[in-house]
Design a protein around this ligand. Sequence first.
Ligand SMILES: [Zn+2]
Length: 411
Amino acid sequence: MENLRINSERLWDSIMQMGRIGATAGGGVGRVALSDLDRQARDLFVRWCEQADCTVRVDRMGSIFARRAGSDNARPPVLTGSHLDTQPLGGKFDGIYGVLAGLEIVRTLKDAGLQTKAPIDVVNWTDEEGVRFGSGTMASAVFAGRYNLDHGLTRADMDGNTMGAALEEIDYAGPEPVGGYPVAAFFEAHIEQGPILEAEGKAVGVVLGAQGQRCFKVTVDGEEGHAGTLPMVQRRDALVGAARMIDAVNAIAFKHQPHPVITVGALKVRPNSRNTIPGQVVFSIDSRHPANDLLADIADKMRRTCEHIATDAGLGLSFEQISHRNTIEFDERCSGDIRKMADRLGIAHMDIYSGAGHDACNLALCAPTGMVFVPCERGISHNEKENARPEDLAAGCDVLLHVILERAGTV
Ligand SMILES: [Zn+2]
């Protein structure tokens, strides 16, 4: 069993095949959650799992659980997986790797005729990216008990369509209750989405935790006016105010390097017309820091700075926190297992923190959880150019295989 390895070529081929669903002209994938393309990806995943002798269940948040039975199915399952949805201009690997690594593991066990004691569940969490409904990792959050089911199903997109209705539409509003049962452990394999492993020449990152995150919606209110007639001194230009605020919060990040990271990524200008002075601007702030108290300090600093700028310019301001996740520490035994198996397989590894949020951050609240990172080219992610090397993907999957085998126990 120590010599058991996954099939690297099959894993790569599956990732490439999945990447054709929603393939973009730039070589990436655009497969937003709960779209028809998401349905096609789910259907393919379900078919592959059934061919690998798994029994597929879908819960009420639409997450898919493919179970490879153990010899004692009363035992809590060992859970592994990630997400098949992508950014509108995303890559072939973010999330997909973790789901298909789980599938590759059950395929490998089937080929080897190996049975585990505990069952293994390969999971595809619904809507990790949160593109359409604005709240990423909601399905795993409901699973972990962070939110109730009703909260999850009633998340609405810009047009007022709910997640519940969208799940019905693609036929993935499953009957199973969401979570509420013991899980032996959850392991998620994922590309790093940062440049560290590649720079250090390590095939595997043992993820110790993920930094905290606070997101804000900032609304700046000024007054519309004619671009040709209103003198500069009489203007209350919301966009000029917003621009000063964006520059100021960016400067706050630079003042405290290497942490936090602060990003303003979305901006809505009303009326967004060439010759009307902007009357309102709504923009987003995403701030992340590995220390919870410092993340809170940064939030205060950003709020005070924006208030100051608004007052100076005679603008209205609403500075609203719309999401908050504390720093997550993963389970020490889980990360210890990942480290041990990488050593045993002779795979170069290092400890690392995750800059991004993942479904694993939710699962850590209800089950022992660990994450395996593999390098991606130049750390590029959320980008059509996202790329990873087959040998690194295989190394991460081999480590995951042995970690899961040990946790599930073999007959
Ligand atoms: Zn992801």
